[in-house]
Structures are given as C-alpha cells and as structure tokens.
Design a protein around this ligand. Structure first.
Ligand code: SF4
Length: 467
C-alpha cells in the first residue's frame, strides 16, 4: 500500500492547532494474560484471575481456540476498580474459554469493506465512519471490531486479503472534497451512488480518545475545513478512563468551537451497564444522590458535566445487549433513567453481530427485544428514545415488535410475529422505512435464524439469505 501524503493544515487551522496541548494520562493499563500468569500486575489485581482460570486459558494458547489471538486482554486501573464490585463488568473485561468454544462468524460483519472507497473510511450511509485508532484503553471481550483490534486479515471486494488500515487525514479530506464536488455538480445527488453531500463523520476505531489531543485536533479542523458540519467521536473512555476528559481536552474542544462555531460535536458514548458509572456503597448497592437521582462515580460525573455544560456538544449512548453483562431489564431501566437525567440521550441498543466467536455473547433477538421493552416499562417517553437495532448488510434495522399470539389466517405466524423495519440504507436509502415480517424463532441470534420463516419482506432483508 502506498504511503499517504502528509496532510498540510491550512493557514486557517494553524491558530487552533497551535493552541492545543496534549494531556498527561496515567491509565495504569495491564495488557496481556502473561502479566497475570507471571504475577507482574499490582498485588490487588493478582486475584482477578484464579489459578484454575489462568490454567484453562493457557491450555488454549497457540490453538485455534486461543482467546488472546481473538482479542488481546487489556484493562485500566479505573475499570479494574469498578470490576471489583461488579460481576457484569468482570464479564465484560475478563477473558474466558467460552469465547472461543464456537468460532462461527464473519471476519467483516456487515460486509463493510464493500463500502470502503479509501483505506480506513466506510461510506455506506449518509454518514462516513473512519478508523483513526486500532485499540482502546481496555478491551471488551465481546468487541465487534475484533478484526481491527486483533489486526486480523479481511477479504476485500477485489479478493485481496489484508488487515484493515487506519484512515489518513489527507486521503479522507481529498475524498470528501471530491465527493461533495461531484454531488454539487450533479444537482445535489452523487451521479453514481445517489448520495447527498457528506455532512457527518464518525471518528471511530478502536477509541479515538487513545490518541493525543493534538492528533484529534488535526482531524477536527481538517474535517471542518472539508465542509463537515457534524463530527461524532465514538468513545468508551467514560467507562474505561473518565479522567481523559481533563482540562487539556476540554480546552481543545473549546478552542475548536471558537474557530469552527458552526460545527456540532456528538460524543457517542458506550455504557453497557450502570455499574460503569454509578457508585456503590459497602453493600454493593447504588445510593441516592442528595441532589436527586443516584450517586455517580465522581470522575465519570465530572466528565459528563464538563461535556453537557457545552451546548454545542451532544452526548448519546449506544451499546449492545450482551449475555451476562446487561441482559437485565432492571439494570437497563436504571441506565436509561440516569443517563437521560444527566443529559445523555439513549440512542441505540444493539443485537449482537455475527462476528467470529459471537455465540458466547449474543442474546437471542426476540429475548433482546423483550429485555429492552421490559426495561422501558415505567420510564417516561423521553427516557425511552432508545431503539433496538440489528445491523443488516442493507443497513441498520430496528426490531420493532415481537408478538406472542398466533395471527389467524397468516401462514407462518402460528407462534407470533417478529417485525423489523429498515432504519437506514446504503447510498440514498431507497428502502428506508420498509418492513419485514417473520415467523418467530426464539432461538435466533442472527438473520440466518429466520431464513425459513419469512412471511413478508418489503424491506428486502432476505433477498440475499445469510448463512
Ligand atoms: S470500546 Fe468498542 S471498539 Fe473498544 S474494545 Fe470495546 S467494543 Fe471494541
């Protein structure tokens, strides 16, 4: 692959970029099981894995079931401190042989490489997603970017096989400008794809906040200069290391806002479970905050308050529903209520994807719908904005409803129906809003579980069947 030309910031970016300083962070990260085996972790972390657990994991080393070649072990001190008092958090971050007992699944979920015109960019929807980092401060065992983080090779549409590369500023800016020029010259629609101008970019990875402020700032100003109006930053640092939202980072965002007041920032956060942000008392219970609601972990609350005090920043939470972590309506009810109360929008909950090794984590689709629906009972309308989404090759799809009773006269609906609706579609989203109705299969964890139960497929989710 030819090396991309280095991006030269424009004069209009220099003042902003010169104002940015990098913060100093002490995440106290532990990387790799070897550190636990060789007892090279701080003393209080030694019991995080029992001897038997480590022995079981070591037996798998260098076999196809090696858990670390699927996803390297990584954890911050902050997350370890939360995990000490939380089984769901332990499940999220602690390697287990269950992860690789069944390695069924796709290396490139959603066939994203079909929509990658430039290395590190996925331009499938109206929004562009770019990979700017290939790691996070800690690693979720269920990660659906495992191919990027574990640096696996994926097949590209031209048949070549190579690891996914990261985006380079100069290439992305050139692509955006060219795309938007072609759209403008063609009366508002791209002549080939039918897409409109690229207005929104999601910085993703991995976690963009593992990069220094200066590096993030270069992305922000370059994208703003290229005409991007909304920049999203996808991050789990509020869970893994909330002190990342320090003065240097907030100063950088403020300075960006002064230079580019028309650009809206959307911080897409990822809380799976309220144990990631609520404080617990000595009995392991949440406590009431004298000022209202529940008491938060101090550093997380501080980070959220810093973000929400800036009215040009939106904060949205999205998270998958994962077996053993948050397949719990009570936990999700508390999470949705507390997030909304603290200025965070509940955006999506996701069904699992068919990534390699997904079976240990996936909750059946109909069960995920029941859990989310149950969790929203008793919440107010504004607290229940989250939808249950499953990512189809055609686009983000909502699991709208699951019925219990037979539908008289409808063949295949003897045990009830599952109704899905296409929320977004590739290119100019021709099938957005269309629905698919399926006969129920309570065991289904992926579209393939419904291949023989399609009743009505206006959305075209089964014109190409999933294996
Ligand atoms: S934060 Fe996201 S990208 Fe990072 S390990 Fe977890 S699921 Fe993967």
């Amino acid at each position: 692959m030819a090396k991309a030309e280095k991006y030269q910031p424009l004069d209009s970016e220099i003042e902003f970029l010169d104002s940015v300083t990098n913060g100093k962070y002490d995440r106290q990260i532990v990387t790799g099981l070897k550190k636990f085996v060789e007892e090279k972790v701080p003393e209080d972390m030694l019991s995080f894995y029992s001897k038997e657990e480590l022995d079981d994991l070591l037996k798998l080393k260098d076999t196809p079931q090696d858990v670390e070649s699927r996803m390297p072990v990584k954890m911050t001190r902050h997350y370890f401190d939360l995990a000490k008092n939380s089984i769901p958090i332990q499940v999220l971050v602690k390697a287990s042989p269950l992860e690789t007992f069944d390695l069924d699944g796709a290396a490139d979920p959603g066939k994203q490489m079909d929509y990658s015109p430039v290395e590190g960019l996925i331009h499938k929807y109206e929004l562009g997603l770019i990979y700017v980092a290939s790691t996070c401060s800690a690693h979720c065992r269920f990660c659906y970017r495992e191919e990027l983080i574990a640096k696996k090779e994926v097949e590209r549409p031209d048949g070549t096989i190579a690891p996914k590369g990261l985006a380079q500023i100069s290439e992305i800016v050139t692509y955006i400008r060219q795309h938007n020029k072609e759209v403008a010259e063609n009366g508002g629609k791209h002549p080939v794809s039918g897409r409109e101008v690229l207005r929104e970019i999601l910085l993703s990875g991995g976690d963009p906040l593992v990069l220094g402020n200066k590096n993030i700032a270069q992305w922000l100003s370059a994208l703003a200069e290229a005409g991007i109006e909304n920049i999203r930053i996808g991050t789990k640092e509020l869970s893994f290391y909330p002190d990342r939202f320090d003065d240097t980072f907030m100063d950088m965002l403020d300075s960006f806002h002064v230079s580019y007041p028309g650009v809206n920032l959307r911080i897409m956060i990822h809380f799976n479970h309220p144990d990631e942000f609520l404080a617990k008392d000595e009995n392991g219970q949440y406590s009431s905050d004298p000022e209202g609601g529940l008491l938060w972990v101090e550093s997380t609350k501080r980070a959220i308050q810093r973000l929400r005090s800036r009215n040009w920043i939106n904060i949205d939470n999205q998270a998958p529903i994962i077996n053993g972590i948050n397949n719990d309506p009570d936990a999700l009810r508390i999470q949705q209520r507390e997030l909304k109360r603290n200025g965070v929008e509940n955006h999506y909950y996701f069904c699992g994807r068919d990534i390699i090794g997904h079976k240990a984590f996936n909750v059946p689709i109909e069960e995920a719908w029941r859990i989310l629906n149950e969790s929203q009972k008793g919440l107010s309308g504004v607290e229940t904005h989250a939808r249950l989404s499953i990512t189809h090759y055609k686009g983000k799809t909502e699991v709208v409803a699951v019925t219990n009773d037979p539908l008289p006269g409808i063949k295949g609906a003897e045990n009830g129906l599952v109704i899905m609706k296409l929320l977004r579609g590739a290119a100019d989203a021709p099938d957005r809003g269309k629905v698919t109705m399926l006969g129920r299969n309570p065991e289904a964890i992926w579209f393939s579980g419904y291949n023989d139960r399609v009743i009505y497929d206006e959305a075209g989710l089964f014109t190409q069947t999933y294996d």
